[in-house]
Write a new protein. Structure first.
Length: 263
């Protein structure tokens, strides 16, 4: 897939004289991802512009002061509309499912269900919301994990409020936004991994057994539920252990959750 790098500019305000780009400017990567069903549009009225439809936004962060700061910045933008806030991952996912915001600004270190879990669920369920990660974590491996899972953008928490709002608007237009300081680390991680997908292919039966394992059921109980012999259940479990690189059921469930195979 070809990519094109360009600077993302604010979606409002008068044009300013050209000048050298600042280090804080965001770079966006144009992708072939579809834009939201109802993109924001602007209609002229006299000498001013009137926003006909604003980008709906959810903000999820477990730090009240930081969450309030981002929410306030969103409220102050005429092209954005704050529709919900969440303090943990499960609440954020419930609100995304019920309200279908255009963009969800999500921290990775959320309690209950972390940001990666939220991103994975949004993609798995085919929800139209695009997720913009706003995190203190800037390691290349973490950025890679978020983007490969389905994040539409990634900013560090050192980004300014206007930069965050500009990124929200860009993500809503269907762009992938990455802070310049994070790009080198992401590129190094992609090269190191060879762009390999971490997710092993599990059969439908293995997924059924995995879900029952997560509920704490024994092999005989799983066999009774699925009309299989305990020996057959254990064979499927052994295949999953091999695919996930683990040696016991507890590690299997934990690794499956880490890789997004279980919510």
């Amino acid at each position: 897939m070809g990519v094109e790098l360009r600077r993302a500019t604010a979606a409002h305000g008068p044009a300013s004289p050209p000048g050298p780009p600042s280090a804080a400017e965001l770079l966006t990567i144009e992708t072939d991802r579809p834009a939201p069903e109802n993109p924001r549009s602007v209609e002229p009225r006299g000498t001013s512009e009137v926003v006909s439809q604003r980008v709906s936004v959810l903000v999820a962060d477990d730090h009240p002061l930081f969450r309030d700061g981002i929410s306030r910045a969103v409220r102050e933008r005429p092209d954005l509309e704050l529709i919900a806030e969440a303090a943990d991952g499960r609440q954020a996912l419930e609100l995304i499912r019920s309200l279908r915001p255009d963009v969800a600004v999500v921290d990775l270190s959320l309690p209950g269900l972390d940001g990666i879990g939220v991103i994975n669920a949004v993609r798995r369920d085919g929800l139209p919301t695009r997720v913009l990660v706003l995190s203190a974590a800037i390691d290349g491996a973490i950025v890679h994990k978020a983007v490969s899972t389905g994040a539409a953008g990634y900013l560090s928490k050192s980004a300014s409020r206007p930069e965050v709002c500009d990124a929200v608007a860009a993500v809503a237009r269907g762009e992938l936004v990455l802070e310049p300081a994070l790009q080198a680390g992401l590129l190094a991680e992609v090269q190191a991994r060879g762009v390999q997908d971490e997710r092993p292919v599990l059969t439908a039966r293995e997924r059924e057994i995995l879900a029952l394992m997560a509920e704490g059921m024994s092999a005989p109980a799983m066999g009774e539920r699925l009309y299989l012999s305990p020996a057959t259940v254990k064979t499927h479990m052994s295949h999953m252990y091999e695919k996930l690189g683990v040696s016991d059921r507890a590690a299997c469930v934990a690794e499956a959750m880490r890789r997004g195979l279980l919510e």
